[in-house]
Design a protein around this ligand. Sequence first.
Ligand code: HEM
Length: 752
Amino acid sequence: ACPFRGTRMGGALGSEPQLDHWWPNRLKVELLHQDPIQANGYGTHDDYAERFKSLDVEALKADVRAFLHTPVEWWPADYDNYGPQMVRMSWHSAGTYRIADGRGGSAQGMQRFAPINSWWDNGNTDKSRRLLWPIKQKYGAAVSWADLMMLAGTIALEDMGLPLTGFAFGRIDAWEPDRATYWGPEGWNGKRPGEVPAGPLEGHPNQMVTRTIRWEGDVEEEHYDLENPLAASHQALIYVDPEGPNGNGVPMDSARDIRETFSRMAMNDEETVALIAGGHAFGKSHGMTAPDEIGPAPEGAPMKAMGLGWQNPNGTGFAQYTMTNGIEGAWSPHPTTWDNTYLENLFKFEWEQTKSPAGSVQWKPRDPNAPRTPDAHVEGQMNELMMMTSDIALKEDPAYRAVCEKFLADFDYFTEAFSKAWYKLIHRDMGPTSRYLGPDVAKEEFLWQDPIPPVEHPLVGDAEVTELKEKILVTGLTVGQLVSVAWASASTYRDSDKRGGANGGRLRLAPQKDWEPNDPQTLARTLDVLERVRSEFTAPVSMADMIVIAGCAGVEKAARDAGIEVVVPFVPGRTDATQEMTDEEQMDFLKPVSDGFRNFHDARVGFSVAPEHLYLDRAHLLSLTAPEWTALAGGLRVLDVNWDGSRHGLFTDRPGVLTNDYFRVLTSMDYEWSPQDSREMMFDINDRATGETKFTATRCDLVFGANAQLRQVAEIYGADDGHARLVHDFVAAWHKVMMLDRYDVPEERKKV
Ligand code: HEM
């Protein structure tokens, strides 16, 4: 019989209901395996840096420059110049970055995918990207979308008169939406998930139009609570509502939102004003049609729209009819020229509130004789200047006002401040400068790049490393101390913005040396001993390398004591940063507030999720797979690296020995797992037969036995043939973590 004999067909890939609907709080282990290499259209051996070598950078830049002044019929350029539109697209790509977890930003070109491609704030950036397609098509594999999107805005700025600080290529495209980044609760048409009816919403299928406020309380500082790590005050916006919080039109409230959100992007007051005043020197806002007349965002648009959204039924739907945000008008009389007229007019005139044709709150000069700005499309028509509530905020907030006054008095200073802030904005999530590609990288290194000095001494060879390990092992430092110091150093890395890692040896410096999870007193003693071995050694070696060598020595000893000889790979070449090269405030964002690897959980922080979810988050930031995470978790635990010296999860009577005891206990039915209190954070592991408490553990331990996916891996290592495999996998994962920030080393040397 034909299997398709029913009258209705269903059950296609991904049909409802799915796991998340039934068990919304489950641990989403699959987030570790996102954007798999199989999804890469360039194949499983793709190497963007290699592809980039064939790029004719000057030809590409010339093509982008020419494109800016070559309007097309399906989306004509305002003022016959696509520059401002490109600047906004670039800014919205980079502007999703947040320093708390390093996620967001421009480095993977995520603006191409949901939900970002369909945020209300990204209205018509779909057109900006599509306009660039002929250039992307011409250069194909040689340039990533992520790079091209940032290049377009940057060349546009230069073309309109801004001297550039530089530009680096090197952003590697993702191939699917990022499901790991928490953007805050997202609702559709003001409805929360669960309130949304199954079918298309009447009138506006799948259109996300609301700008629901994300923070709770009062806009006054003491009540203002924007959930961490979020860096946008409203859902579906990059930063703040231009009309003021929830459209209230109050500039000082807007200033509060701006300061909160821009500081979470790692920008200080001066950089914030430079970016906003610099950006709004160009282009215009578009608000000719009521928002509820606009069609669905790209992700919910009909197939015939071919990936474009926000179809506008008014007039031609573009040029003088364009509707993007809802506010209408330009800030400057010369919207395609870099000058100081934005700030001059902001301060020269009194501004009064008015409404755009789309009904949005905006501001116009009170003086009827104020300069006017040419219409973007209608020849000969001159329009009133416009400011947004968020622009007026720069004038009303005293600290922002002081910066504006400085910029007004010294245009060259403003120019440099904007150029440098732009460079920071678009490179902030690219990691060390060794990842930067192309001929235009800025010569100057900046503090926000966490600079590391170049190698200026001969590197130690294998024989010297062996000798160093022997010397370290006779100092009396325990396996736990050796492994802890290397782990504390290397595990600061986060793949989201490629910051942290063992290179630079910043574990010796403030603030890392004082972080609670690093157990500062023990750390100081360990570092003293390593420093002594280093200073007495015949060949030069950095402390950053010494710390990693110490870890290798500890792991090798732990495996040897368990009956397995291994050599943990070591690649020299790390150098030591100085305190002056370290921005303590920005570095502090790498401090773990919860770290299951060391059983650290700062209960003083109000967490809205259980520790195992934060543990998964750390594994994700370290770019670990589920098996790597599991091997490291179980291996580190028996090596005795708990931050406070506690014995939670130490399921062995041989601490410091790399056994598979952790997994044997975890998978055994000889034990009962009993919470110590109703919070279910700590557990007693009792012998089922005698009732005797054998061990204690945290949720971060139990998760490897309780979660179905992780348990499958735990069973591999807990099996009778699992020990050797665990040691091998542990060493491989360990080496991977030690090498995560070594962009200076070819990939093959990072493998075991
Ligand atoms: C346009 C808001 C910061 C560059 C716009 C528009 C809004 C807006 C509502 C009009 C969109 C449209 O309808 O077409 C804001 C807010 C900011 C901010 C609330 C922060 C408080 C920035 C920054 C930059 C920038 C930091 C760049 C450095 C631009 C440009 C345009 C624009 C170039 C004109 C786009 C065009 O002509 O098509 N902004 N913006 N903005 N923004 Fe911003």
